[in-house]
Design a protein around this ligand. Structure first.
Ligand code: SAH
Ligand code: DHB
Ligand code: MG
Length: 223
């Protein structure tokens, strides 16, 4: 058996017993695929991890960068109370439309809002509204801009908030300082910025699974 087949099988086993998808989550993936969106959403066990982190935070407000079809959005928004709020930023109007349908089917349209446009334009607009600090920020958009997204996350959070960055390993490419790819460089700069920031305490964890070999960074905002 190939290694990636084994990773798939273990993810299926974990999904079945620990992170089962209901019809709404399955439909979100089905309709995303039908609309031609790439299959790059978090896995079910990863979605459940995000949900658990939001619950451990006692999150009332969540900011997501990179909505795609709203699959991670649904896992996260389900951690929020009925008067909670999730803002998700998405570049592609097509993706946002698919996501909005998936979010509505999940009954989460009162809680979760998708804003269309480049996140670096939506973030200053959001900041101008002086929102209450976000309890959790999930950074999962274009990796080249990860350093900017970490800076914005710091502006939009407060002590105790959690910042999660997806895809920080990328098959191990993150450890190669000479890799010229903008996603690798963006992620390296973001991780190094996080590591030396006086207001952040952070780590990163490598993962394997049905999305291959990748990982998450977690950063807690200090007082
Ligand atoms: N969080 C999703 C996956 C996001 S994939 C999930 O796990 O279900 C990355 C998304 O970021 C894509 O939908 C892509 O269109 C979006 N994106 C790319 N560049 C962006 C930008 N500059 N601003 C906002 N979103 C962007
Ligand atoms: C890609 C983006 C993601 O957010 C992810 O989790 C996996 C892959 C990509 O752009 O290839
Ligand atoms: Mg991702």
């Amino acid at each position: 058996m190939s290694q990636s087949q084994l990773w798939d099988d273990v993810d299926d086993y974990f999904t079945t017993h620990l992170a089962p998808e209901d019809d709404v989550l399955r439909a979100a993936l089905r309709d995303s695929e039908a609309a031609g969106l790439p299959s790059i959403a978090v896995t079910a066990p990863q979605g459940k991890l995000l949900q658990l982190l939001a619950q451990i935070q006692g999150a009332r407000t969540i900011l997501e960068l990179g909505t795609l079809g709203g699959y991670s959005t649904i896992w996260l928004a389900r951690a929020l109370p009925a008067d909670g709020r999730l803002v998700s930023l998405e570049y592609s109007p097509v993706n946002a439309e698919v996501a909005n349908r998936n979010i509505a089917r999940a009954g989460l349209d009162k809680i979760a809002e998708v804003r269309v446009g480049p996140a670096l334009e939506s973030l200053p607009q959001l900041a101008d509204e002086n929102p209450p600090p976000f309890d959790l920020v999930f950074i999962d958009a274009d990796k080249a801009n990860n350093p900017h997204y970490v800076e914005w996350a710091l502006k939009l959070t407060s002590a105790g908030s959690l910042i999660v960055v997806d895809n920080v390993v990328r098959g191990g490419r993150v450890a190669d300082p000479g890799n010229p790819a903008s996603d690798v460089q963006g992620t390296r700069t973001a991780l190094e910025l996080i590591g030396q920031h006086p207001r952040l305490s952070a780590t990163a964890i490598q993962t394997v699974g049905s999305k291959g070999y990748d990982g998450f960074a977690l950063a807690r905002v200090l007082p």
